[in-house]
Design a protein around this ligand. Structure first.
Ligand code: BTN
Length: 254
C-alpha cells in the first residue's frame, strides 16, 4: 500500500492564500460528495474532504467510481460563495482542465480533457470530475487513479503509476493540485469564460475531430468546433448545420 494520507503533510504545502479552509482526511466514507452535503452546516466555504477509500463513490450519470483503499485520490471541495460569473456548468470543466494542466506540468505526458469531465491518457481514463449543486452550494469531486495497478482499475482506465512507472506520494500530489486549482479559480474569476476557453483549446481531446455523441434525444455526428459560455459543445454536423450539445443531454461521447 502507498504512503497514507496525512493532513499535516498536505496542509504544510498548500499556499497560504488558498481558499482551502478545512482539510478533512477520512479513512473510509460512502462518498466524499455525500459527506459534504450531509455536513453542510458545520463545513466552511473551501472545505476539502479526502478519503482513503469510498464504499459508494460515484460519477456522472450515477456510474460507480472504483475507490480501492489507499491508492487513489477521492476528494470533494465545497463552494458556498460562488461568484457571479462562475456558472455551475463551468465547475466540472474548470476542475478537469485544471487537473490536466497540473498533470502535464508534473509528469510531462500529453493528458487530454474529454468533454465534459474526464482526464484521458491515450484512450484510457485517468480521472473524472463531478460537480453537484444543492441549494446554491456546489461540491466539486475529483477521482484520480494514482497508484492503482491494472487489477485495481475498471476496463479502459489507467493510473499515474501505470503511465510513469513511479509510485506517487499522494500528499504531495494533492497539495500541488490544490495550489493549481486555486490559481485556475483566480484566473476564472478574473477572466471569466476566456480562461476556461483558453484551457479548453489547449487540452480538448476532440477539438477539430469527428465525434459521435449518444444523447438523451438521439445520436449526433459531426466535427467539434468550440465550446459555448455555458460549456456546451459546438458541433458542425454533416450537412453543415451547427448543433450545441449540452452536458445535461450527453450520455456518452467517442
Ligand atoms: C466521473 O468520471 O463521472 C466523475 C467521477 C468523480 C469521482 C469522485 S471520487 C470523489 C468524489 N466522490 C464521489 O462519490 N465522486 C467523486
Amino acid at each position: 500500500m502507498s504512503k497514507k494520507l496525512n493532513q499535516i503533510e498536505i496542509k504544510k504545502r498548500v499556499k497560504s492564500d488558498s481558499i482551502v479552509s478545512d482539510l478533512i482526511v477520512l479513512d473510509q466514507v460512502g462518498s466524499t460528495q455525500d459527506y459534504i452535503f450531509e455536513n453542510l452546516d458545520s463545513l466552511k466555504d473551501g472545505a476539502v474532504v479526502i478519503a482513503e477509500s469510498q464504499s459508494s463513490g460515484y460519477g456522472r450519470m450515477g456510474r460507480t467510481w472504483q475507490s480501492s483503499y489507499g491508492k487513489g485520490l477521492y476528494m470533494s471541495m465545497l463552494f458556498k460563495n460562488v461568484f457571479s460569473s462562475m456558472k455551475y456548468s463551468g465547475f466540472t470543466m474548470l476542475g478537469s482542465l485544471s487537473l490536466c494542466y497540473y498533470l502535464r506540468l508534473e509528469y510531462g505526458f500529453d493528458f487530454k480533457m474529454r468533454w465534459p469531465n474526464d482526464v484521458i491518457f491515450e484512450d484510457s481514463k485517468l480521472a473524472g470530475v463531478l460537480a453537484n449543486m444543492k441549494d446554491g452550494v456546489i461540491s466539486l469531486g475529483f477521482g484520480v487513479n494514482i497508484n492503482q495497478d491494472l487489477s485495481e482499475l475498471p476496463d479502459l482506465a489507467t493510473s499515474i503509476l501505470l503511465i510513469t512507472g513511479k509510485e506517487i506520494d499522494r500528499n504531495i500530489f494533492i497539495a500541488g493540485f490544490l495550489n493549481q486549482l486555486q490559481k485556475d479559480l483566480n484566473d476564472w474569476e478574473a477572466e471569466s469564460f476566456k480562461h476556461l476557453r483558453k484551457l479548453w483549446l489547449d487540452f480538448a481531446l476532440f477539438k477539430g475531430k469527428e465525434i459521435t455523441a449518444i444523447t438523451r434525444s438521439g445520436t449526433i455526428k459531426g466535427i467539434v468546433e468550440d465550446i459555448t459560455e455555458d460549456c456546451g459543445l459546438i458541433i458542425r454536423g454533416d450537412m453543415g448545420y451547427k448543433i450545441i450539445l449540452s452536458v445535461l443531454d450527453l450520455i456518452k461521447i467517442r
